[in-house]
Design a protein around this ligand. Structure first.
Ligand SMILES: [Zn+2]
Length: 433
C-alpha cells in the first residue's frame, strides 16, 4: 500500500484544555482503488454542515500537509470532523492523535538553554526537527520569538516585490544598493526565525543556529552600509575619503561582528556578563559606523533648523527604534523585574524583535525616500554604484561570513559526533551541562 498525502488538522479542545493533533490520511492504498474510496469518504467527512446535504460548503481534499485555521466555532466542528474521520477510515486512535511536545521548567533543562528571567515553557533540549516545527504552533517561550520575525519576513518580501515591479533592478545600476538592502532585510528576520525554531535540537545546534543568526545580522549591517554609502551620505561628504572607503570598512565590520558574536557564545556559561558585553559590542560597532553619516545629517538639520524631509523623518524614527532595540537586548526588561511573569508573552527578546523590525521598516522607508528624491543630485555629483561595490560585495561577504561560521561550528560538530551515544538522555540528565 502507498500513501498519496496527508492532511494534519489541528484541534484545540477547549473543554479539556488539551492540545491534540489529528493527522488525516487521504488516499491510503491509492492506485488499487482503495485510496480513491477513502478520499471520497474524507471529502464527505470534511463537510462543515453535515446535517444539511448540499448546503454546507465543502472543503477541498488537500494533497499536502496543511493547517486548518480555526474560525468562530471551529473547535467543535473540527472535533466532530475528526471523530467522523476516525470512523470513516477505521484507524486506531493511537495513530490519529499525537500529543504536542512536552514543555519544561528552567530547572529541568541544561544551563545552555536557560534564559534570564524565563522560568517555564522550555522545549525539550533534544527536540527533533519535526518537533521544532510543530512547536512553533504550540505556545512556548520561543513561539512569539519565531513569529515576530517570520511574519515580518513576508512583509519585507512583499515590499521587495512591489519595488521590483516599479524599478529596474536588472539593468539600472543606481538601484543595486537598494536591491542589496532589500535582500538583507528579508534574510535577517527569516534566519532569526529559523534559529529560534531549531535552537533546541541540541546544545551544539543551538550555538550553530545562532551563529547563522549573527551572520545574517552582520550582513544586514553591510547592506545598511552599502545603501547609506550611495543614498544617505551627506552632500558635503560625497567623494570624501570616508565615502570612498565606506563599504570597504563595512566589510571589515561584518567580519569583526560575526567573529566576535560567535566567539561570545563560548563564554556564555562561564562569563555571562563578558559574553553579553562582547556580543553587544559586536553589533553596536557596525551600527554606529553605518549611522555616522546619518547622525551628521540629522544634527546638521537640527543645527540649521531645516524642515525635516520625508527621508530624514523616517531615518530619525529608525534611530530611535535602534536605541530602543539595543536597550531591550541588554536590559532584559521586564522579565528581570518579575521572573516567570513574561515567559510566554512580553519578555524582552520578543520586544527586541518587534522593535528591530519596526526600526527596519522606518529605515527602509528612509532609504527609499533618499534614493528617489536625491537621484538627480547623486547621479550628477557622486559615483554610480558598480556591480562589484554592491552585489559582488554582498556575495564575497556572505562567503567570508560562512567561512567564519564554519570555523566556529567545526569543533561543535566534532563534539556532537563524539557524544552521539548520549542521544537518548532525558532533559534532567542534561541539565548540568
Ligand atoms: Zn532573536
Amino acid at each position: 500500500m502507498s500513501m498519496q498525502g496527508s492532511v494534519l488538522a489541528v484541534g484545540k479542545c477547549l473543554a479539556c484544555l488539551e492540545f491534540m493533533l489529528f493527522p488525516v490520511w487521504r488516499g491510503i492504498g491509492a492506485g488499487n482503488g482503495v485510496g480513491v474510496g477513502l478520499s471520497q469518504t474524507w471529502a464527505r467527512c470534511l463537510r462543515w454542515e453535515p446535517d444539511s446535504p448540499g448546503q454546507g460548503a465543502r472543503l477541498p481534499v488537500f494533497d499536502y500537509l496543511v493547517w486548518l485555521v480555526l474560525c468562530h466555532g471551529g473547535c467543535a466542528k473540527l472535533r466532530e470532523v475528526c471523530q467522523r474521520g476516525r470512523g470513516a477510515i477505521k484507524l486506531p486512535t493511537d495513530m490519529l492523535s499525537i500529543k504536542l511536545p512536552q514543555l519544561f521548567d528552567i530547572h529541568q533543562i541544561p544551563k545552555v538553554f536557560r534564559e534570564d528571567g524565563i522560568i517555564s515553557g522550555y522545549r525539550h533540549p533534544r527536540s527533533s526537527a519535526l518537533d521544532c516545527v510543530l512547536s512553533s504552533f504550540q505556545m512556548n517561550n520561543e513561539t512569539i520569538n519565531i513569529w515576530t520575525h517570520f511574519l515580518p519576513t513576508w512583509y519585507f518580501l512583499w515590499r521587495f516585490c512591489i519595488l521590483h515591479s516599479a524599478l529596474n533592478f536588472l539593468t539600472d545600476s543606481y538601484t543595486w544598493p537598494l536591491l542589496v538592502y532589500m535582500l538583507v532585510i528579508c534574510v535577517y528576520p527569516f534566519t532569526s526565525s529559523c534559529a529560534h525554531t531549531f535552537s533546541t535540537m541540541s546544545a551544539e545546534s543551538r550555538h550553530i543556529c545562532y551563529f547563522f543568526d549573527y551572520g545574517a545580522l552582520s550582513l544586514y549591517s553591510l547592506g545598511c552600509a552599502i545603501s547609506y554609502g550611495y543614498y544617505v551620505m551627506p552632500d558635503h561628504w560625497v567623494n570624501s575619503f570616508l565615502h570612498q572607503h565606506f563599504v570597504l570598512i563595512a566589510i571589515g565590520n561584518t567580519l569583526f561582528c560575526t567573529s566576535l558574536s560567535c566567539y561570545s557564545r563560548f563564554l556564555e556559561l562561564q562569563f555571562p556578563q563578558r559574553s553579553k558585553v562582547l556580543r553587544t559590542a559586536a553589533f553596536v560597532v557596525p551600527f554606529v559606523f553605518d549611522t555616522v553619516p546619518l547622525f551628521y545629517r540629522i544634527l546638521l538639520c537640527c543645527w540649521e533648523g531645516c524642515s525635516a524631509s520625508d527621508a530624514l523623518s523616517n531615518h530619525s524614527y529608525h534611530v530611535i527604534f535602534a536605541f530602543l532595540t539595543c536597550f531591550l537586548f541588554t536590559a532584559h526588561l521586564p522579565e528581570r523585574l518579575a521572573p516567570g511573569r513574561f515567559d510566554y508573552f512580553g519578555h524582552s527578546h520578543q520586544l527586541f524583535h518587534i522593535s528591530a523590525v519596526v526600526g527596519t521598516h522606518f529605515q527602509m522607508e528612509g532609504v527609499i525616500a533618499d534614493m528617489t528624491s536625491r537621484r538627480a543630485w547623486l547621479v550628477a555629483h557622486g559615483v554610480m554604484p558598480s556591480f562589484q561595490g554592491t552585489i559582488g560585495t554582498l556575495v564575497i561577504s556572505l562567503l567570508l561570513n560562512l567561512g567564519i561560521i564554519s570555523v566556529f561550528s567545526a569543533p561543535l560538530l566534532w563534539k556532537r559526533c563524539c557524544s552521539s551515544n548520549s542521544m537518548h538522555k532525558t532533559p534532567c540528565e542534561y541539565k548540568e551541562q
